[in-house]
Design a protein around this ligand. Structure first.
Ligand SMILES: Cc1cc2nc3c(=O)[nH]c(=O)nc-3n(C[C@H](O)[C@H](O)[C@H](O)COP(=O)(O)O)c2cc1C
Length: 195
């Protein structure tokens, strides 16, 4: 029996109420739908807003309290990471970066990462490609080609109201599902050849 596909959703918003969280959850729901027919799924959400005290306890992973260490470990062992952040000062939030500073440099090599950001307007839409993508290039992760950017105008309060945003989510999710399934297939072939 194959093990569950583990999706880890990182929400980089430092506050409790968050459009980034709504966006990340919409992506996670679509991912679960897309993968459900193929594999069992385990979905884990890591909210910076809740984890900040544990993550800020140290700059060294080995010195983190258990909850912080578990969050880092979850990212390092995920089959797919959804990295979602609000735009702060033209980039990801400082706490989002701090979390990924704690991730081992080799842990995400070749691993699919779906990039998502949410800003006040469309002015900083390229933050996904000019800020987030280079961060995951450092990790040599397999970033999903289409990233998802949302602006406040894509929401009605804290509900997604834009069909264009929904279409961007669908496109990125379809690509991510393809990458995860291909990776799983290749792992199975390697396993059979080694047996
Ligand atoms: C400190 C701070 C800096 C921000 N900087 C930017 C920015 O540079 N570009 C932008 O488009 N929006 C910026 N915003 C707006 C937020 O990205 C926007 O309101 C977003 O929807 C917030 O997401 P959230 O609901 O998850 O907090 C900033 C907001 C804050 C609080």
């Amino acid at each position: 029996m194959t093990r569950k596909i583990r999706i880890v959703v990182v929400i980089g918003n430092p506050g409790a109420k968050s459009r980034t969280k709504v966006l990340a959850q919409a992506i996670a729901t679509r991912l679960a739908d897309g993968l459900a027919g193929h594999h069992a799924i385990q979905l884990q959400t890591l909210e910076i807003a809740q984890l900040a005290p544990q993550l800020l306890a140290s700059g060294w992973p080995a010195e983190l309290p258990p909850e912080g260490a578990a969050a880092v470990h979850a990212i390092e062992t995920a089959d797919l990471v959804v990295a979602a952040t609000p735009v702060h000062k033209g980039s990801y939030t400082g706490l989002f970066k701090h979390l990924f500073d704690l991730v081992a440099p080799e842990a995400l090599v070749g691993r699919p990462v779906l990039l998502a950001a949410n800003g006040g307007s469309d002015r900083h839409a390229l933050v996904v490609d000019h800020q987030l993508r280079p961060l995951f290039a450092f990790f040599r992760a397999l970033t999903v080609p289409s990233a998802v950017y949302a602006a406040e105008s894509d929401f009605e309060g804290y509900t997604i109201r834009s069909s264009a945003l929904q279409a961007r989510i669908d496109e990125a999710v379809a690509q991510a599902v393809g990458l995860v399934l291909r990776g799983r297939e290749e792992a199975l072939i390697e396993h059979r050849q080694a047996a």
